[in-house]
Design a protein around this ligand. Structure first.
Ligand SMILES: [Fe+2]
Ligand SMILES: [Fe+2]
Length: 465
């Protein structure tokens, strides 16, 4: 069989012998990885999935029943812009890079590998979840997210194979060798080594951690390295669904909890108490904030100066694209106290991107709080202060309460069970996770969705078991 006929693409793969040779070696290893680390127990089932078969606004999402190992993972880049220019930094206005500029080679490879590593990591983190799905609709959404994260890995591997030669191929191999949570060969970023073994974790992960992905991809979609920019632009169209899954998932849990609160004790009624939902929000929001990197960062300055990684909506949102000779005021710690400091803007770009992310997360909170209000309960959910529970950057060496006040480590240890999921909370949530696989039925701890997928009703048989 001609392998390449099975790979939908718009990179002229059937003509590209070099890329074919590289993929020939990598592909069987990818499929082995998928069978070993992909969704456990469902590999032979028919799942109603969308497959990207084209980048056009109509054609790209094709829906049909597919067995996951037979999913057609494709390679798609947004079509090139004629006469594309570097959109920011020291080379602003110069022709966009069509090949890897030698002086930025290491930085670019590192950016691509770090992004690429998150994609298979999340599949690994989520591989047991199918066994406890709250409905067939949710099961299908989980698998949709999983196969698309697989495709995102392909997207990054395409860049490594297509533009980096031998060291790119080595990096592509290593992307299949690291394992989420494995102490000997962990994934690169910490949020991607955290277990995601119940559905409340899954919804919080897709809400907060996939949303970090949106902001990283958006910043890379501005890149002066054109193949990267065009790859990330297309990935963003898929990423939107992942965040939808998390956002509406948590909204549906909040709705069900509110309904049960009106009936009596949420625990006795088999629901998830609001304070546990809040702790999961605190956990995943804080870990996801870490993914943006240090508040003050010479890497962020270098990546921006080189035209590799821009700001969120750099072209659309800004008129000045050098970010040179400008200052940014941020909160820092000096002599054990919170204070503000002026930092060169280019060194503060991680924090600028994080700020965009926080604003976006707040909209999710507003949606869930509207659900709570609609259901007639007065309690509300909130985002913790961004200094809370950080492991990277300016605040990592200090401890803060949920409102961002500096507190002693002893006080943090004494109070952390108020803010973060305890073993007991996690066990309780896990105790609710029993599979519901009859079409049209749903678990007791979550409300059904407002609508099905692609015009299908909630009762549709999204996965044939
Ligand atoms: Fe992704
Ligand atoms: Fe995603």
């Amino acid at each position: 069989m001609n392998l390449y006929d099975r790979i939908p693409n718009n990179v002229n793969l059937s003509e590209d012998k070099k890329l074919q040779r590289a993929l020939e070696k990598w592909l069987p290893n990818y499929l082995d990885w998928w069978r070993e680390m992909g969704p456990e127990g469902f590999q032979e089932k028919d799942v109603w999935l969308r497959t990207a078969i084209d980048v056009g606004s109509e054609g790209w999402a094709h829906f049909d029943y597919v067995k996951m190992p037979e999913y057609r993972w494709g390679i798609f880049l947004e079509p090139p812009q004629p006469e594309a220019k570097v959109g920011f930094g020291d080379n602003y206005g110069k022709p966009a890079y069509q090949e890897v500029p030698g002086e930025f080679r290491n930085a670019l490879r590192r950016i691509i590998v770090t992004q690429g590593d998150t994609e298979p990591a999340s599949v690994e983190q989520q591989r047991q979840l199918g066994k406890t799905c709250p409905s067939l609709y949710d099961l299908r959404n989980l698998f949709q997210v999983n196969v698309e994260e697989g495709r995102h890995l392909w997207a990054m591997v395409y860049l490594l194979h297509g533009y980096f030669g031998r060291d790119g191929r080595d990096e592509a191999d290593e992307l299949l060798e690291r394992r989420s949570g494995n102490p000997d060969k962990p994934r690169i970023l910490e949020a991607f080594n955290q277990p995601c073994d119940d559905w409340l974790n899954f919804f919080a992960f897709t809400m907060f951690t996939d949303r970090d992905g949106k902001y990283q991809l958006s910043a890379l979609a501005e890149s002066g390295f054109e193949p990267l920019a065009r790859t990330c632009q297309f990935m963003l169209t898929e990423e939107a669904h992942h965040m939808f899954v998390g956002d509406t998932g948590l909204g549906r849990v909040a709705r069900r909890t509110a309904q049960l609160m009106k009936q009596g004790d949420v625990r006795e009624l088999g629901g998830i108490p609001l304070d546990i939902i809040q702790k999961y929000i605190n956990f995943w929001f804080s870990y996801s904030l870490d993914l943006f990197g240090g508040e003050i960062s010479s890497n962020s300055a270098d990546f921006f100066a080189a035209g590799l990684k821009g700001r969120y909506k750099e072209r659309e949102q800004y008129t000045e694209h050098t970010a040179a000779n400008q200052m940014f005021t941020m909160t820092v710690i000096e002599d054990g106290k919170l204070t503000t400091r002026e930092v060169p803007l280019r060194n503060a770009l991680n924090e600028v991107l994080r700020g965009e992310y926080v604003k976006d997360c707040e909209k999710g909170l507003a949606r869930w709080n509207k659900v709570l209000a609609d259901e007639g309960v007065s309690e509300r959910l909130y985002l913790p202060n961004p200094r809370f529970h950080r492991h990277v950057g300016e605040f990592a060496a200090h401890t803060f309460d949920i409102e961002g006040n500096l507190i002693s480590r002893e006080e943090f240890e004494r109070r952390k069970d108020e803010w973060l999921p305890t073993m007991e909370d996690r066990e309780y949530v896990r105790s609710l996770m029993h599979p519901v696989v009859e079409p049209g039925k749903i678990a007791n701890w979550i409300a059904p969705p407002a609508a099905g997928i692609k015009g299908k009703p909630f009762e549709f048989e999204y996965v044939r078991l």
